[in-house]
Design a protein around this ligand. Structure first.
Ligand SMILES: Nc1ncnc2c1ncn2[C@@H]1O[C@H](COP(=O)(O)OP(=O)(O)OP(=O)(O)O)[C@@H](O)[C@H]1O
Ligand SMILES: [Mg+2]
Length: 431
């Protein structure tokens, strides 16, 4: 049974949790129904359980997609395109977004996936090239076969041939036994050649030969071995420019780019930033076992206006960092040093452009500013002592129960600062 939103009456207005709740009610009603034959009950129960399992398999991505599709008329066309992909059982592998250029890329991937044609994916760093390679693999007939990823930029030139094609025992000093290369490992599957623009010219010649003959030779061996590996390559370089500079072979470019997919940078998908923040916020909360990220309005404004040179990877990493370092609500102060605007240490209340001049407001403003300063102090302190309250109390000469009371007042939990100990106020690695 396939679950389609329009099969459920009123489903469009329902949340995922709402649908789950209805199914659970139905299941328990069926479990205790007395006027049905037991065999019928079992049958219905099996059907409903299958339905529940399918709903649970709806990924977070798909739930966000439904939300995005309903959010604005302009997005409806994109929502339709994405829904059509879903209905054709397209596997998104977590690719999120409904930017037209991204949807173009997904539709091309859908058509290219069942073929063995080479695909070249380009786009700036962090735009999802590797994710797209996985999408192509997952949607093709080879999805149960190996997916082998090779970073062409990370292999020393003298080891390249052996890495890609393997070697025979004794082929060179250190070749203690026969070894399979990446191409052989990818037999019947997909080989992902990442950073193809970094492949040195001699490696390009060898790769071209494999593309032409579908055969390889291990280093030190005369024997030719047939390999059937589907090639997907990616680059953040402009290969046409490299061809002009003489560092990339034109014939290899044409062989690799039978299907050519370009992924858009995040600055061309700005209207999706809000949804991406929510999407990765939910993902980070689940992975870090935290409450979903809450942000001050000024941090949200910053994240909406920021240019993201590192694209989706950078946005995702920022959300994880904020989720990890902020206690209850993230603010500008939780951004990495180099991104933090100068105003980050000024309490938010003083940044209001218009403060009402009514009686008593001055007192409120002072209290809010003092609260905010207290909170920033406690967060900074906890970060510095890696979440050890006793140590913070000792360093500041504050009595510990009083400090505990202050932490409680601000909703800060010392455990939230423990994971950040090694990084201190520094960076959080890509999750
Ligand atoms: N459309 C998307 N939806 C959800 N997550 C995405 C999307 N695009 C990228 N990401 C996430 O962003 C991160 C970077 O993606 P990926 O590694 O595929 O980028 P890349 O283009 O290969 O980057 P680089 O050029 O630096 O190697 C990953 O965590 C990936 O899951
Ligand atoms: Mg990559």
């Amino acid at each position: 049974m396939t679950l389609r939103n329009d099969d459920l009456p009123g489903a469009a207005a329902l949340s995922h949790a709402g649908v789950m709740e209805k199914i659970e009610i139905l299941r328990s009603a069926l479990r205790w129904a007395s006027r049905l034959e037991r065999a019928d009950i079992e049958k219905l129960l099996r059907q409903v359980t299958a339905l529940r399992d399918e709903v649970m398999q709806l990924s977070t991505t798909e739930r966000f997609v439904t939300a995005a599709a309903g959010s604005a008329p302009r997005k409806q066309a994109a929502g339709e395109r994405r829904r059509a992909l879903l209905e054709r059982s397209f596997v998104f592998e977590g690719t999120f977004g409904d930017n037209p250029q991204l949807l173009d890329a997904l539709e091309v991937a859908e058509k290219a996936a069942p073929t063995d044609l080479p695909v070249l994916i380009d786009g700036e760093s962090g735009t999802g090239k590797e994710l797209m390679a996985k999408v192509i693999h997952a949607n093709g007939a080879r999805s149960e076969r190996p997916y082998i990823s090779v970073n062409c930029g990370a292999i020393p030139e003298n080891l390249l041939e052996s890495e890609l094609f393997g070697h025979k025992k004794g082929a060179f000093t250190g070749a203690a036994g026969d070894r399979k290369g990446k191409f052989e490992s990818a037999h019947h599957g997909t080989i992902f050649l990442d950073e193809i623009g970094e492949l040195p010219l001699p490696g390009q010649v060898k790769l071209l030969r494999v593309l032409q003959s579908h055969e390889i030779q291990r280093v030190g061996s005369d024997e030719t071995i047939s390999v059937d590996a589907r090639i997907v390559a990616a680059t953040n370089k402009n290969l046409r420019q490299l061809i002009e500079q003489g560092t990339f072979r034109e014939d290899l470019f044409y062989r690799l780019s039978v299907i050519h997919v370009t992924l858009p940078p995040l600055r061309e998908r700005r209207d999706e930033i809000a949804l991406l923040l929510a999407y990765f916020g939910a993902e980070a909360a689940e992975n870090l076992k935290r409450q979903p990220l809450r942000m001050t309005p000024r941090l949200r404004d910053f994240l909406h206006a920021y240019r993201y040179p590192g694209n989706i990877r950078e946005l995702r990493n920022l959300v994880y960092r904020l989720s990890c370092l902020a206690g209850d609500t993230a603010d500008l102060i939780h951004l990495p040093h180099d991104l933090r605007p100068a105003s980050a240490s000024v309490p938010e209340v003083l940044q209001e452009t218009r403060i009402s001049m009514a009686p008593g407001v001055l007192g409120d403003v002072k209290r809010a500013a003092s609260d905010q300063a207290e909170r920033l102090f406690l967060e900074q302190g906890l970060r510095e002592v890696g979440g050890t309250v006793a140590e913070l109390a000792r360093r500041c000469d504050i009595n510990r129960p009083y400090l505990q009371m202050l932490l409680k007042k601000h909703g800060l939990h010392s455990r939230d600062f423990r994971v950040a100990r090694n990084g201190g106020n520094g960076s959080v690695q890509e999750p």
